[in-house]
Design a protein around this ligand. Sequence first.
Ligand SMILES: O=P(O)(O)OC[C@H]1O[C@](O)(CO)[C@@H](O)[C@@H]1O
Length: 546
Amino acid sequence: MVRPETTRAWTALRGHFEAHGRGLDLREAFARDPGRFAAFSLQAPEVFADLSKNLIDVATRRFLLDLAAECGLEARRDAMFAGQPINTTEGRAVLHTALRAPRGQGPFSDDVHGVLDRMLALAERVRDTATSGITDVVNIGIGGSDLGPAMVVPALDAYAHRGLRLHFVSNVDGHDIVPVLRGLDPARTLFIVASKTFTTQETLANAQTARAWFLDAGPASGLGVADIARHFVAATTNVKAAADFGITETFGFWDWVGGRYSLWSAIGLPIAIAIGAEHFRALLAGAHAMDRHFATAPLTQNLPVQLGLLDVWYRNFHGFTSRSLAPYHQGLKRLPAYLQQLEMESNGKGVDLAGQPLAAGSSPVVWGEPGTNGQHAYFQMLHQGTDVIPVEFILVKMPAHDRADLPAAVRDSLTGQHAKLLANGLAQSQALMLGKTAADAARERPPTAAPGADPAMIARHRSFPGNRPSTTFVLDALTPPSLGALIAMFEHRVFTSAAVWGLNAFDQWGVELGKALAGELLPRLDSGDATGLDASTAGLLARVRA
Ligand SMILES: O=P(O)(O)OC[C@H]1O[C@](O)(CO)[C@@H](O)[C@@H]1O
């Protein structure tokens, strides 16, 4: 393993940053180079990306590619696809890409397609609502066993079965499950208990609550313990624990599928129920197309690689600590939360593969909201705040809401909405880059400025520094293949920066300490015993018990 800061490319990047990077002005760069948009745009499967509004030039890109080469990115990528145990701290392969490889291709193909066929057959049985009688599907899971399906199901609403409602319960907080159970009919409800380990406290607690509700409400519909097998299924690697719970229909997966990379596995069952087998296979196919792109495209044209290297550039040279995501599609409202786990649980590490402290920063904070909602909340800070935060916009050319079954006037109105949505997305990246000088602001007569206020002072409040970087992704439409490709792009981008930083993106020891301490505190909530606790925790324990 090569430490990035010891490479020649790192030194070159440091020098380049001081000489040209820090002072790069996007407005001047575009004025100088009419070909900048074309030179810094990439077309990958299903996803077009405009990287030209980033603080990079040709030399930045060259030095970053040198860095990737010196850090052995390609060898590490190839080792992942080949199933080598690159998750070294847990001694596991990392093969979520095998889950979307076509039948007969990729490692463990028989196992993968065996479970996939079985799971899609169940999905189709449930979707045949006249026969199944199911109207509501409740997924009980958390983290990677929740966020993927909870993100994809609304994103692909245009493809969803109209007679089925999908619900997601994750938190160990009755305020999550109680409103979901309210109004459900046990005879018409299917619970999916989704847990890779089947040991997760939150999921087991919610599964027990669902079971208790089912046994309490069931008898009115003639249901009892024997019916749990028909109304509860599990997605897990721990088939025995699911059986001990009373679940007989289990869809397995494998320890080489990380939780946050698992929506392609049996964890995707809610997605398959919502959109059906054919569309689920199309989601996998889109991700597979991005896998092939990542595995084979020259690094200069390789979108996940270029994004991951940009992350290194911003985090380690510009010192930016966060990145904001603005999907201009309401269906992608859960994408920021999904990417928070994907990126921050993967790359939020402080030591390298050898366990040595990293010399430079790793995962940025990832956050955001759909546009245009975010514009009316925190975009103020993105435009005029003191921190520079790169923003990523996702635009979708063709909406899916102007369906033929809507009245013509409603469809016309919705078409107008989509134009407004796109105009706003384009305008935001433009505004971030262009800014507005105080001199330009001074020429305006803002109607809301305080009467008699010093115009120069008002102009300074109304000026924008500009030169704020952004990336814009464009999808033709939000479809199963395009969403699959988009998610896989984000996965491989995280892989790329992890490879440069030399860290293990596939473990998550950082979540263990809190879990262990919660286990120790739980009995103290009952007993009140504060022995050995720090004064703050002891004081809070007394306060919540009072
Ligand atoms: O699927 P499981 O085993 O219930 O785990 C849920 C989540 O908990 C974590 O292990 C830690 O929070 C995640 O990595 C995982 O996605």
